[in-house]
Design a protein around this ligand. Structure first.
Ligand code: FDA
Length: 304
């Protein structure tokens, strides 16, 4: 079995990256996960998903910004997106990464840009999810989120069940009353900070999920893991949570039948829809989650 770290390393190998980004052969797989490169592609996909009963979170792709102008442009793009959502009448919130807003450049700069996006969302009565990135960013992401949440309660953030620290972070965010999205975690992490095996990650997800369903503010359970989703349904029913009091969240293009089934069963279901030109890092994490995706690509490469 290929490890996540190995797949992510292959994905960073320049000839592989070049081939993926240029070859028409890989575009089918790319477009399965990414709504398109333009804002209007994202609005169109949102409209289709809304018509099928889904809520949507739009992610304007980008991360690890190295220049202040890029961070400023990302904030500007998000504000434009929020206005376009309002004007088009689609039902979508947004999901952003703090390194896209300059977190690696300066905490202060990132706070300034984040605040401008949060203020625009507040004015337009929209909601902002703050994605969680690698463990190098966890403290700063949570600190910035906790600092701004009292001013902008129209925001929520993400916790990853693979990190040993997450039970403590969960209590911190529960005390704040913020919305929380629980995920397993998508980055290559050292075993000093994260469980290296799937079984432990899943076990911790289950424990955290129960606590989140019991005490969370509109908890968001973000996974495609059918066993965990079934457990969430049963546990929510057992503690008397109604279907509209919590939310399942899934990624665009993944487990599409499961997505439809959840809506048909009456569960509040949100699809996370990424778009934009900077799709490669997001796409490589989707490859790393499921080696079959990488095998599919390699098969096509050698069939050439
Ligand atoms: P698992 O990996 O066990 O997969 C369960 C099943 O889902 C698989 O058997 C397969 O059928 C299907 N599946 C999963 N991934 C697939 C793929 N790439 N291609 C095809 N099928 C696949 N992570 C993070 O670190 N920070 C974040 O902010 C977020 N945000 C986020 C939002 C939302 C809405 C979701 C659903 C996920 C995230 N993630 C994330 C990603 C998350 O951490 C995790 O990597 C993926 O959800 C895959 O893990 P599963 O929970 O689906 O379980």
């Amino acid at each position: 079995m290929l490890s996540r770290a190995l797949v992510l390393r292959v994905a960073e190998w320049p000839p592989f990256k070049r081939w993926i980004t240029r070859s028409p052969m890989t575009q089918g797989l790319v477009s399965r996960f990414i709504a398109g490169e333009k804002l209007e592609d994202a609005i169109q996909v949102t409209r289709q998903l809304n018509a099928q009963g889904f809520l949507v979170a739009l992610d304007y792709l980008g991360e690890s910004t190295t220049r202040p102008e890029e961070a400023e442009n990302a904030a500007h793009q998000y504000i434009t997106l929020l206005k376009r959502i309002a004007e088009s009448g689609v039902n979508a919130c947004i999901s952003i990464k703090l390194t896209q807003l300059g977190l690696d450049l300066s905490y202060e700069l990132c706070r300034q840009y984040l605040q401008s996006v949060l203020a625009a969302a507040q004015e337009l009565r929209n909601f902002v999810w703050i994605d969680m990135e690698s463990s190098r960013h966890t403290d700063r992401t949570l600190n910035l989120f906790c600092e701004l949440y009292p001013l902008y309660p129209n925001s929520g953030t993400v916790l990853q069940s693979y990190l040993y620290r997450t039970p403590n972070d969960l209590e911190r965010l529960l005390a704040l009353g913020a919305r929380i999205r629980l995920v397993k975690g998508a980055y290559a992490e050292p075993r000093e900070v994260a469980y290296p095996d799937k079984r432990s990650v899943d076990r911790q997800f289950k424990v955290l999920m129960e606590r989140l369903l019991e005490c969370g503010n509109e908890p968001a359970i973000a996974t495609h893991d059918v066993r965990l989703i079934e457990h969430a349904k049963q546990y929510a029913a057992k503690i008397g949570l109604r279907k509209e009091q919590f939310e399942f969240q899934l990624l665009y293009g993944i487990s599409r039948e499961l997505q439809k089934r959840l809506v048909a069963e009456g569960y509040r279901t949100l699809i996370y829809v990424p778009y934009g030109e900077q799709w490669y890092p997001y796409f490589s994490r989707r490859l790393a989650e499921r080696p079959a995706n990488l095998y599919f690509i390699l098969r096509n490469l050698f069939r050439k």
